[in-house]
Design a protein. Sequence first.
Length: 242
Amino acid sequence: MKVLTAIPVYNEVRHIESVLSEVRRYSPDLLVVNDGSTDGTTEVLARQPNLTVLSHAKNKGYGAALITAFQHLLTTDYDVLVTMDCDGQHEPARIPVLLEAMDSDTDLVSGSRYLRDFRQDTLPTPQDRRYINQTLTTAINEQFGLNLTDSFCGFKAYRREALARLKITETGWGMPLQLWVQAACRGLRIKEIGVPRIYLDPNRTFGGVYDDPELRLAYYRQVVQNALAQESFACWRTICHA
């Protein structure tokens, strides 16, 4: 199984070198999508050997960075794409665990910070994030018959064929919700694995109006509704009456 690990990056100059160094221990083939960084991240990446870097001229959003990674994977001969964040939340040592779970009956393996507890877990999840995650996860499970425990974890492994079936267009933080709607409607086989719940900077913000929890929740709900509208009636009927 040939694996590429992709890391979306925006202004991560404090973490990028240490994260890349650790990831290389478990996944030597690396892609970084530099989403318009302005803090020196670009210069650090330029000094990194054996690294593919795709850059956005300006910041387009978390979802946009992942869309670029998805599109790139489909131009290569890699079998699996692993995605992870660069802010210290995801432990590279868990990459082999994701890949072990990617068996012949699985299209998408998603990390979950709430499936089980780990000794590495840090302080409790910021209250607004936990509430929003739980609210959206419950709604998606009820609407699509899924059994998720964490609808927002960015630590995932995608089978190449699964990525080819997805048509992700959401460029913001709500991209994972569009992913789940499409995955359910298009019949992807999903598996969750537990990963530690690590928040090194609980005060880290989403930026702009999305720092307001109510506005962020409203935006996420709109992403789900938009994703539903994009799916065909036939697909929706199949999910409802399966």
